[in-house]
Design a protein around this ligand. Structure first.
Ligand SMILES: [Zn+2]
Length: 112
C-alpha cells in the first residue's frame, strides 16, 4: 500500500527563516555616526579638533531630543504631571553635542 506523501505546510516557515519583525528592527536602527565623526561619549572628550587641529577637551552641550519629549509624554500618561520634567533632567534622554572650545566647531553628537 502506497501512502501519499504529505504536502509541505506553507504556513510554517522553514528553519532558519527570518521573521519579518527582525527585519523591521534592523531597518529602525538609526545611523548615529557618520564616517567623518570621531567617536564621542557622554562626557567631554580630549581630542585633536578636526577643524583647527588644536589639542582640545570638547565643550559639551546637552540638547533635548524627540526621545526626551516622548519620555515626557510617557511619564505624563503612566504616572503624573510632576514626572514630566524628569526626562529633561536625565542625561540619558538627551543628546550630548561636542563643540571645540577653541574655534567653536561642531565635532559630533553622542546619542544615548
Ligand atoms: Zn577647533
Amino acid at each position: 500500500m502506497e501512502k501519499s506523501k504529505e504536502p509541505p505546510k506553507y504556513s510554517d516557515p522553514p528553519p532558519g527563516w527570518t521573521p519579518a519583525k527582525n527585519y523591521e528592527a534592523e531597518m529602525e536602527q538609526p545611523i548615529v555616526y557618520t564616517v567623518a565623526q570621531p567617536p564621542v561619549g557622554p562626557t567631554p572628550c580630549r581630542m585633536v579638533c578636526p577643524s583647527c587641529r588644536a589639542d582640545i577637551l570638547t565643550d559639551l552641550k546637552r540638547e533635548s531630543t524627540t526621545k526626551t519629549h516622548l519620555m515626557a509624554v510617557l511619564m505624563f500618561v503612566l504616572f503624573c504631571w510632576p514626572c514630566v520634567c524628569l526626562p529633561y533632567c536625565m542625561d540619558s534622554c538627551q543628546n550630548a553635542n561636542h563643540y571645540c572650545p577653541n574655534c567653536n566647531a561642531f565635532i559630533g553628537t553622542y546619542q544615548s
